[in-house]
Design a protein around this ligand. Sequence first.
Ligand SMILES: [Zn+2]
Length: 280
Amino acid sequence: MSIYRLLFFCFATLVVTAGEGAQSTPTTHGTTQENRTTSEEPRITFNSVHVDGPYIAMTFDDGPSATLTPKLLDLLAAHHIKATFFVIGENVADHPDIVARAAREGHEIGNHSWSHPNFAKMSAESVRSQLQRTDDAIKNATGNRPTLMRPPYGSVTEREKRWIHDEFGYRIILWDVDPYDWKRPGPAVVRNRILKETQPGSIVLSHDIHPGTIEAMPSTFDALEAKGFKFVTVSELIRMAVPKASHPSPQLGGNAAASAIPSVSPSSTPSPTQPPSPGR
Ligand SMILES: [Zn+2]
């Protein structure tokens, strides 16, 4: 009897020790990418979204700008395009009315920090303060708290992603199309880069604080529309996500009407059309 008890204790101790060992292992698995997420774990970081249809999300960072953002909002309204703005808290505090207008007109507002620092080089406390102040400023301006965050420069550690998601509930939104408009290459270059790289499910990065970017947008929107792309907010795009097909043989010349309906359910139906070709 007592020998069994002794054995039991030994065994129990071993189990507990092993468990602690496993728990205290640092999370080194996170160094490369969101793609590692297992299927049970909801995905928290997005560069693009796999969708069944020609849907894309235009995103504009670093505003609002007193002059350029209203111009862009006029243009978006004329095209019936919904976009997503990743705003800087300081600018929201200066121009809450512009952010309120953007939200009222159906655009999505995301948190892009208070003063655009590099999160990867900061303490958790500083990052938390940057996010909280901006979250509050957006709530004050629009009545709603954001659900998306884009780290300045796209710079964020795996550990930060995790706790930011846990504490704020944010999804972390990066991008797959970057025209480098902040280098001010001229409107034609910005447009051409976006046209060349944008594919169904793309998240397009731009900045509504550079005049050349705003100048590029009328012809960029025209050209994207001509290719058949449809514009949604980032959260809408994520809601349209479908699992990647295991057999990569899209059929050409299918039923266009069917593909225009966003498929919300994780569909087993084959994608009926080939989405617009990515670039040329
Ligand atoms: Zn930025």
